[in-house]
Write a protein that binds this ligand. Sequence first.
Ligand SMILES: [Zn+2]
Ligand SMILES: [Zn+2]
Length: 98
Amino acid sequence: MTITAENWKNKVGTSSRNCNCGSWKQHWINITSDQWPNSCSIRGCKNSATLGAHIINTNVTGERIVPACDSCNQLENEFNLKGEITLVSANKAKTCEQ
Ligand SMILES: [Zn+2]
Ligand SMILES: [Zn+2]
Protein backbone atom coordinates (compact mmCIF):
# COMPACT_ATOMS: atom_id res chain seq x y z
CA MET A 1 0.00 0.00 0.00
CA THR A 2 1.52 3.28 -1.09
CA ILE A 3 0.33 6.35 0.72
CA THR A 4 1.50 9.91 0.50
CA ALA A 5 4.23 11.15 2.83
CA GLU A 6 3.35 14.80 2.25
CA ASN A 7 1.13 17.30 4.06
CA TRP A 8 0.06 15.48 7.20
CA LYS A 9 -1.35 17.13 10.29
CA ASN A 10 -1.87 16.03 13.84
CA LYS A 11 -5.41 15.15 14.73
CA VAL A 12 -6.26 17.37 17.67
CA GLY A 13 -7.98 16.04 20.78
CA THR A 14 -6.93 12.40 20.63
CA SER A 15 -4.91 12.24 23.84
CA SER A 16 -7.69 10.59 25.82
CA ARG A 17 -8.40 7.92 23.23
CA ASN A 18 -7.31 4.39 23.77
CA CYS A 19 -7.75 0.94 22.30
CA ASN A 20 -7.43 -2.71 23.26
CA CYS A 21 -3.70 -2.62 22.63
CA GLY A 22 -3.12 -0.48 25.72
CA SER A 23 -1.30 2.31 23.91
CA TRP A 24 -1.15 3.62 20.38
CA LYS A 25 2.51 2.72 20.33
CA GLN A 26 1.56 -0.88 21.04
CA HIS A 27 -1.26 -0.60 18.50
CA TRP A 28 1.26 0.31 15.80
CA ILE A 29 3.51 -2.60 16.82
CA ASN A 30 0.63 -5.06 16.93
CA ILE A 31 -0.75 -4.12 13.53
CA THR A 32 2.54 -3.81 11.67
CA SER A 33 4.41 -6.65 13.41
CA ASP A 34 7.42 -4.39 12.89
CA GLN A 35 10.11 -3.27 15.28
CA TRP A 36 9.32 0.07 16.89
CA PRO A 37 11.60 2.54 15.05
CA ASN A 38 14.41 4.37 16.79
CA SER A 39 13.47 7.75 15.48
CA CYS A 40 10.40 9.87 14.94
CA SER A 41 8.57 9.51 11.59
CA ILE A 42 8.40 13.23 10.87
CA ARG A 43 10.86 14.30 8.20
CA GLY A 44 13.78 16.28 9.58
CA CYS A 45 13.23 15.15 13.18
CA LYS A 46 15.97 13.17 14.91
CA ASN A 47 14.23 12.66 18.24
CA SER A 48 13.32 9.25 19.54
CA ALA A 49 9.84 7.98 18.74
CA THR A 50 7.99 7.74 22.03
CA LEU A 51 4.33 7.51 21.07
CA GLY A 52 1.87 6.65 18.35
CA ALA A 53 0.53 9.91 16.93
CA HIS A 54 -2.89 10.27 15.30
CA ILE A 55 -2.42 12.03 11.96
CA ILE A 56 -4.71 13.05 9.13
CA ASN A 57 -4.33 14.07 5.49
CA THR A 58 -6.84 15.72 3.20
CA ASN A 59 -5.99 13.15 0.51
CA VAL A 60 -6.34 10.13 2.77
CA THR A 61 -9.52 8.73 4.25
CA GLY A 62 -9.46 8.06 7.97
CA GLU A 63 -6.84 8.61 10.62
CA ARG A 64 -3.46 6.96 10.76
CA ILE A 65 -0.99 6.18 13.53
CA VAL A 66 2.73 6.79 13.11
CA PRO A 67 5.63 6.63 15.55
CA ALA A 68 6.47 10.16 16.66
CA CYS A 69 8.13 12.16 19.41
CA ASP A 70 6.38 14.35 21.95
CA SER A 71 7.25 17.60 20.24
CA CYS A 72 6.11 16.48 16.78
CA ASN A 73 2.89 15.23 18.32
CA GLN A 74 2.18 18.87 19.20
CA LEU A 75 2.92 20.38 15.79
CA GLU A 76 0.07 22.54 14.59
CA ASN A 77 1.27 23.01 11.03
CA GLU A 78 1.47 20.46 8.26
CA PHE A 79 4.51 18.21 8.14
CA ASN A 80 5.95 15.56 5.86
CA LEU A 81 6.86 12.04 6.83
CA LYS A 82 10.12 10.27 6.19
CA GLY A 83 10.11 7.65 3.48
CA GLU A 84 9.35 4.00 4.28
CA ILE A 85 7.18 4.83 7.27
CA THR A 86 4.43 2.34 7.93
CA LEU A 87 1.13 4.02 8.62
CA VAL A 88 -1.45 2.08 10.56
CA SER A 89 -5.17 2.72 10.57
CA ALA A 90 -6.47 4.25 13.78
CA ASN A 91 -9.87 2.69 13.09
CA LYS A 92 -10.20 0.17 15.88
CA ALA A 93 -13.15 -1.56 14.23
CA LYS A 94 -10.90 -2.42 11.31
CA THR A 95 -7.82 -3.35 13.28
CA CYS A 96 -7.53 -4.43 16.91
CA GLU A 97 -11.21 -4.49 17.90
CA GLN A 98 -12.64 -6.37 14.97
ZN1 LIG B 1 -5.26 -1.09 19.08
ZN1 LIG C 1 9.66 14.23 16.02
